[in-house]
Design a protein around this ligand. Structure first.
Ligand code: PMP
Length: 311
């Protein structure tokens, strides 16, 4: 995503206009994919004002992803949350909006020899924001299993949200959208279900709910975690994290995706086969409703997920 030229962005400790940002002739992060990023949503709340959803969790994950690339975030998680709230305020993005922080390798420091490396390279942090409502059709989406497999954890850890890894997600999405589908489902190297291009996946079978475990080469989604908590509390359903064979995609009663961007997305078709009756299902609907209440501040039990943006 790109900020509008007239909007503010937070760059290396200062608020500047996007049009004044100059990234130089070739940041290392652009050349080698050595960056870490997040996507955070903020929502207009049911009462008044707007709130960031689980922003500290996103910045904690980003701090770890950055650390893995030997980048130390100069701001604490709390400072980064405050900066994001201030950014939304300055930009007037007080309805539903999206915050994109990215930290990336910039340039070789003096004395660092030429090459692909993590040490001896400076870094930069940029945070931008954009108005953004729900973009998934309420009726659900059609997915296909990509022929591209998930990058295995032995090559790149999926727990870190690293820019370079998304080349794989882009080619998988390109493959299936070229064939007329909405999103790609990745299998891992073992041929079991991993996740969608930018979302985790849940399956409902006989009232039980499962999702691929952390050993299936997935990103440990914050929406995934929220959904597990809501399902447990509201429906008394404990989500089972386990290996999910591909076969189950075609025999599940319901399938839905979870992610900050797509929120709760019902999957109504996979590889040309209807999921369940092809019209979404009761568990997916209950989860989507509970999630919407939580993000908009209507859930008294989960106010701790929200950071209010004072105006
Ligand atoms: N998997 C991948 C590959 C993603 O890019 C995302 C989006 N961040 C997710 C899962 C869902 O993560 P979250 O719920 O934290 O947005």
């Amino acid at each position: 995503m790109t900020a509008r030229q007239t909007d503010w962005v937070f760059h290396n400790g200062d608020f500047v206009h996007a049009r004044d940002l100059w990234l130089g002739s070739g940041p290392q992060g652009l050349q080698y994919g050595t960056g870490a990023f997040e996507g955070i949503r903020s929502y207009a709340s049911i009462t008044k004002g707007a709130s960031l959803f689980r922003a500290p969790d996103h910045f904690a994950r980003m701090t770890n992803s950055a650390r893995f690339l030997r980048m130390n975030m100069t701001q604490s998680v709390e400072e980064l949350v405050n900066v994001s709230a201030e950014l939304l305020r300055r930009n007037g993005h007080l309805g539903d909006a999206y915050v994109r922080p990215i930290v990336y390798k910039l340039a070789l420091e003096p004395g660092t020899p030429f090459g692909v490396r993590l040490r001896g390279v400076s870094s930069a942090l940029t945070i931008m924001s954009l108005p953004m409502g729900s973009y998934i059709p309420k009726g659900g989406i059609r997915c296909a299993v990509s022929s591209w497999r998930k990058i295995p954890g032995s090559s790149l850890p999926s727990a870190a949200k690293l820019t370079g890894a998304y080349v794989s997600n882009a080619i998988a999405t390109d493959e299936v959208t070229s064939a007329g589908y909405d999103d790609a489902i990745f299998l891992n190297q073992a041929g079991n279900v991993a996740e969608a291009s930018t979302a985790n996946i849940f399956l409902v079978r006989d009232g039980g709910v499962c999702t691929p475990g952390l050993d299936s080469d997935i990103l440990e989604g914050i929406t995934r975690n929220s959904v597990m908590a809501l399902l447990e509390r509201d429906l008394g359903v404990t989500v089972v994290e386990r290996t999910v064979p591909r076969y189950e995609l075609y025999t599940a009663d319901e399938v839905f995706l979870t992610g900050t961007g797509c929120e709760i997305a019902p999957v109504i078709e996979i590889d040309g086969r209807p999921v369940g009756d092809g019209a979404g299902g009761p568990v997916t609907k209950a989860v989507a409703q509970a999630y919407d209440r939580a993000v908009r501040g209507a859930d008294k039990g989960h106010q701790d997920w929200l950071t209010g943006i004072a105006v």
